[in-house]
Design a protein around this ligand. Structure first.
Ligand SMILES: Cc1cc2nc3c(=O)[nH]c(=O)nc-3n(C[C@H](O)[C@H](O)[C@H](O)COP(=O)(O)O)c2cc1C
Length: 134
């Protein structure tokens, strides 16, 4: 079980928009920016499907995703990977849906993508680049 450190969580939270990479079952990659994204505890990320198209198609075929987040001040960068589950009902979905709707009614809040983090890598340029952290 992976548990993000305080520093990694801080850098995640500094990023307003995080790129989300998925792949089809045939290995065709896709990357899309996500702003409705938040950490839950030390090992879970919630992403709201408002407008996902290829991302959602890929998740249904292949649940593994990768994200990266970067802090321009410290130049630290982390890549995280994990397995996702798509929820269209239940307390977690309702909680995030309410948060979206409170921001604006324009958000469709179609489904909640729950990502359980399995791996963390450093993407800071330099000698640590690419190393597995967790
Ligand atoms: C700054 C920014 C933030 C975005 N945030 C989200 C988001 O939180 N959830 C979402 O479903 N789509 C979001 N989108 C839209 C997706 O990035 C993308 O357009 C959509 O998923 C369709 O692309 P796809 O076919 O690659 O999935 C955002 C787009 C931008 C430019």
């Amino acid at each position: 079980m992976v548990a993000l450190s305080g520093e990694i969580k801080e850098i995640f939270n500094k990023n307003k928009v995080i790129p989300m990479a998925t792949a089809s079952k045939n290995g065709v990659p896709n990357v899309a920016p996500m702003a409705a994204i938040q950490l839950v505890g030390d090992d879970t990320v919630w992403i709201m499907d408002n407008y996902m198209v290829k991302t959602l198609e890929n998740l249904k075929e292949n649940p593994i995703v990768a994200l990266y987040f970067y802090d321009p001040e410290s130049r630290r960068c982390f890549q995280i990977k994990g397995a996702t589950e798509i929820k269209t009902s239940g307390p977690d979905y309702e909680k995030f849906r309410e948060k979206m709707k409170a921001k604006s009614d324009k958000y469709p809040a179609k489904s909640l993508v729950v990502m359980k983090i399995t791996d963390v890598f450093e993407c800071t340029p330099g000698k640590e680049a690419g190393k597995k952290v967790l």
